[in-house]
Design a protein around this ligand. Structure first.
Ligand code: GDP
Ligand code: MG
Length: 196
């Protein structure tokens, strides 16, 4: 059997966009409704397959809080891949993602494969998912704090895709909660990693 190809991957993005949740979904196929915030960074590994090759992702899940910003270069310095996450229901989180991407394009490995992930697709995808029969603006789960306001999409797929194409990024809209596009995103990253 072939030795796994190790790929260092870093997750970046504003706090609470769902970085840790995407990793939990990818690594453990789990989702927690009210995850405690990451302190500093967490390290996890997961394997995936590209044709006959085994890719072992070594994942650094960073804290999004600004007070940890100065630590970020430690995590992206030798990274071969990055997932920069925003929340499709929060436009400012896309601005933050763009500034992370600029920083990566200036300071990280020039061959880094970057994916932009618009997470929490489930919150705006109800019609397609058939989760709720009426659009009455109520949170039918009724047990989530801070969700009294109806959730509307603040970043269109089109806007994000155009930006991602211009910046040369992979682009996915994801839901860690409903497991939409999570495995697909990591697989696509694995396929794009230059393997010598
Ligand atoms: P991080 O700070 O970027 O690591 O974000 P977390 O993974 O800790 O998630 C922040 C909050 O958003 C938690 O309450 C999660 O349960 C929630 N969350 C994360 N991903 C999703 C998602 O895809 N859909 C929904 N509805 N909530 C999510
Ligand atoms: Mg986190």
């Amino acid at each position: 059997p072939m030795k796994p190809v190790q790929v260092k991957l870093v997750l970046l993005g504003e706090a609470a966009v769902g970085k840790s949740s995407l990793v939990q979904r990818f690594v453990n196929n789990e989702f927690q409704e009210n995850k405690e915030p990451t302190i500093g960074a967490a390290f996890l590994t997961q394997k995936t397959y590209v044709e006959d090759k085994v890719i072992k992702f070594e994942i650094w899940d960073t804290a999004g809080q600004e007070r940890f910003h100065s630590l970020a270069p430690m995590y992206y310095r030798n990274a071969q891949a990055a997932v920069v996450v925003y929340d499709v229901t929060r436009a400012p989180s896309l601005d933050r993602a763009k500034s992370w991407i600029k920083e990566l394009q200036r300071q990280a490995n020039p061959n880094i494969v970057i994916a932009l992930a618009g997470n929490k697709l489930d919150l705006v995808n109800d019609a397609e998912q058939g989760l709720h029969s009426e659009e009455d603006g109520h949170d039918e789960d009724g047990h989530e704090d801070g969700e009294d306001m109806p959730v509307t999409r603040q970043v269109s797929t089109e806007e994000a895709r155009i930006y991602a194409d211009e910046a040369g990024l992979l682009f996915f809209e994801t839901s860690a909660k409903l497991d939409l596009n999570v495995q697909e995103m990591f697989n696509e990253i694995a396929r794009k990693i230059p393997i010598e």
